[in-house]
Write a new protein. Structure first.
Length: 267
């Protein structure tokens, strides 16, 4: 009797463990719940029902714009995807797309992608395929890694859709444009205001200011001023400038665009 009780405890534990394992749901392939939801919709699979690798391999089209997707892990099992639309999400890493060699249409615009090298590594992307990557966090300056990757895809016949940001034109106003009479050793103050003159990628961004005056000490505060805000330029002429006329050169720069104004200081 005692021997039976000793064996009964481990047997009951095994039964309990088996019940717990049986109650556990199927393990998800997709860490991102929003991506899993999109996959389930595309497959017609209700929540809680296991998604198999074979089912993913049969998926050819996935449209999941504006779905709050941040992680594409698991999408690598969709090996026969032909059309993939993921615009308007928060995706930064697209390495899961490297081996999706059946892709012919890929829409990734309005995300947070910082590296498109996985698309170059995708040997299936070639002649006649389309890739949309506008409005991501890419460096599209000439010679950058991202531009080199775009050129590589284009050389393979891929039609890559992207937008190179256009700087916003601006103007500056200097008040006053002449100071007289000025006294050596005493401060001469004038104001600089920048104004945006149209649309572009840098609208509303600060303008970098600098000033030079031969024969004087110059300070600017602040050195980067947003459009509409006032920057103060202080010029203190040297003692040996009495009777001379000085020229203060004000330079404003933003995104490769530059404006120059001159203030005359009559001593």
């Amino acid at each position: 009797m005692k021997q039976f009780r000793i064996l009964a405890v481990p047997i009951s534990l095994l039964v309990l463990l088996a019940m717990l394992v049986g109650c556990a749901g199927p393990k998800s392939i997709f860490p991102d719940e929003n991506l899993e939801t999109a996959i389930r919709d595309a497959l017609g699979k209700p929540a809680g029902e296991e998604i198999t690798v074979d089912e993913l391999a049969n998926l050819t089209t996935l449209n999941a714009p504006l779905s709050g997707i941040t992680d594409l892990s698991g999408l690598e099992y969709c090996t026969n995807l032909v059309e993939l639309s993921l615009n308007g999400n928060q995706i930064s890493d697209i390495s899961a797309l490297t081996n999706l060699i059946s892709l012919s249409y890929l829409s990734l615009y309005e995300n947070q992608i910082i590296d498109i090298s996985p698309l170059v590594e995708n040997s299936g992307l070639g002649e006649g395929d389309e890739v949309w990557i506008e409005e991501n966090d890419l460096d599209l300056s000439e010679g950058s890694d991202d531009m080199v990757n775009i050129r590589t895809l284009e050389d393979r016949g891929v039609e890559v859709h992207y937008l190179i940001p256009t700087p916003t034109p601006f103007s500056i106003e200097v008040i006053p444009d002449e100071i007289k009479p000025a006294v050596p050793g005493q401060r001469c103050i004038f104001l600089v205001v920048a104004t945006d003159e149209g649309e572009g990628s840098s609208k509303g961004q600060p303008v970098n200011l600098s000033a030079t005056v031969s024969g004087a000490t110059v300070t600017i505060e602040p050195q980067a001023a947003s459009p509409g805000l006032v920057a103060e330029v202080t010029v203190i002429p040297d003692e040996g400038t009495l009777g001379k006329t000085l020229s203060a050169i004000i330079r404003a720069e933003r995104d490769g665009l530059q404006q120059i104004e001159t203030v005359t200081i009559v001593m």
